[in-house]
Ligand binder design. Structure first.
Ligand code: NDP
Ligand code: HSE
Length: 437
């Protein structure tokens, strides 16, 4: 089996190293030796340390390598939309199997890849694209195909989980925790894709597509990052027995017209410390799957890193090579359900709202009236004198309200109207609350 490897950076170099170190075992598992036909990179002169590979295998001609008749499997670990999309579409149409870790491409235009795989009768595997080393997509794609998945809730971005875990542990603000994450090498020089939730949103789209047999793209995912999460928010969460995590949530439900549909969102949320995801610390990932017959399932492990991600890539390489040798294809994309994606306003969630208010008669009634007008039911109310709540220093009183589940649009409209109340001096924090109801 001849492999074209596109990219030799953090992940690609570990793929090359593991291919060398485990060549005998991999050959035995596949039933044929694996050989590297070539490695496409951007800079031929880059120092690649002591990679155990002949220098003449490196090329900048990715197109030529992909088109070579001498290649059975294309492994893409470059990233980005183009030129990766063109390379992979060409390879798949030519009947070559593809293994990719490229979540951005799969979420942006997975349809083109799946269609090309169907046209060429080729395999498309992408276990490493979501939650790195964690075997997650194969279970969704195969093991759970006899079941009905209702909800997937995950921590799928290691950088933001490291930052939020640090804020929880030390009381640091976002900027300070980001600085620590950068110093320790968790956050990239440009952390935008991670802290603004783009990376998690791409993964959410892939998870939702597999869980609900429906094509979901990055544009279908409601996305909010963690840059607005403050030390005061984290302190409020702690006061409620919660922590804050950047969650990706894909849930089955019904739309306003009563039709079955899905909602897919990424945003920070409070979760109770008793929730299985609350104890996922540092840069770890975990995904909680709720299936009708299987019940709750938890997947946990390293979501990033060269070797961890290469493990998932090589698992896919073994699978596609075995298929080729057996003359079979893995089951193709399953998107038969074709469910509509509900707008964020229809997502059902809960809110935690912390208000700085004047401490005088009628204020609580006025605030409660706003919630009632939007048909949002209040679950708990706590009032503290000013100064005893981290969010409310200097106010006459702090009101902390947690709602029951309601449509996100109703909750957002409630908060908007609260801003207009004379008695509300400021809205100190608004956070969604997940789990526990
Ligand atoms: P890197 O930036 O470390 O490596 C990218 C590689 O692609 C480099 O070898 C680079 O060449 C090469 N490359 C870039 N542009 C071109 C081009 N036009 N033609 C040929 N080669 C090119 O990325 P990562 O290894 O971190 O990520 C690779 C993929 O894996 C991405 O899709 C990423 O999202 C995904 N992924 C990464 C994880 C991680 O922990 N890093 C985890 C899970 C998924 P050169 O070396 O010459 O610069
Ligand atoms: N930047 C990603 C993270 C890498 O922090 O999880 C893995 O996709």
């Amino acid at each position: 089996m001849r492999l074209a490897i596109l990219g030799c950076g953090t992940v690609g170099s570990e793929v090359v190293r593991l291919l060398h170190e485990q060549s005998a075992d991999l050959a035995a598992r596949i039933g044929a030796p694996l050989e590297i036909a070539g490695i496409a990179v951007r800079r031929l002169g880059r120092d690649r340390g002591d990679l155990p590979v002949a220098p003449e295998l490196f090329t900048t001609d990715a197109v030529g390598l992909v088109k070579s008749d001498d290649v059975d499997v294309v492994v893409e670990v470059v990233g980005g939309i183009e030129p990766a999309r063109s390379w992979l579409v060409d390879a798949l149409r030519a009947g070559k199997s593809v293994v990719t870790a490229n979540k951005a491409l799969l979420a942006e235009d997975g349809a083109s890849l799946h269609d090309a795989a169907a046209d060429g009768g080729a395999d498309l595997y992408y276990e490493a694209a979501v939650a790195g080393a964690i075997p997650l997509l194969r279970p969704l794609r195969e093991s759970l195909h006899g079941d009905r998945i209702n909800r997937v809730t995950g921590i799928v971005n290691g950088t933001t989980n490291f930052i939020l875990s640090a804020m929880d542990a030390t009381g640091a603000g976002f900027a300070e925790a980001l600085e620590e994450a950068t110093e320790l090498g968790y956050a990239e020089a440009d952390p935008t894709a991670d802290v603004e939730g783009f990376d998690a949103a791409a993964k959410a789209a892939i998870l939702a597509s597999l869980a609900f047999h429906t094509r979901v793209g990055a544009a279908d995912v409601h996305r909010e990052g963690i840059t607005e999460v403050t030390a005061a928010d984290m302190a409020s969460a702690k006061a409620m027995g919660c922590t804050i995590k950047l969650l990706c949530i894909a849930a089955r439900g019904t739309d306003a017209a009563g039709r079955e549909s899905v909602s897919v969102r990424v945003h920070p949320a409070m979760i109770p410390l008793s929730h299985p995801l609350a104890s996922v610390g540092d840069a770890y990932n975990a995904v909680f799957v709720e299936a009708e017959a299987a019940g709750p399932l938890m997947f946990y492990g390293r979501g990033a890193g060269g070797a961890a991600t290469a493990s998932a890539v090589l698992g896919d390489v073994v699978a596609v090579c075995r298929n080729r040798l057996a003359g079979v294809r893995a089951p193709s994309e399953s998107a038969y359900a074709d469910l509509a994606v509900r707008p964020m306003g229809e997502a059902l969630t809960r809110y935690h709202v912390s208000l700085d208010v004047a401490d005088k008669p009628g204020v609580l009634a006025a605030v409660a009236g706003v919630f009632a007008r939007h048909d949002v039911s209040i679950a708990t109310v706590r009032q503290a004198p000013a100064g005893t709540e981290p969010a409310g220093r200097g106010a006459d009183a702090v009101l902390v309200i947690v709602t029951h589940t309601a449509p996100d649009a109703a909750l957002a409209a409630t908060v908007e109207d609260l801003r207009g109340l004379d008695a509300v001096r400021s809205i100190a924090s608004v956070l969604r609350v997940e789990g526990g109801e």
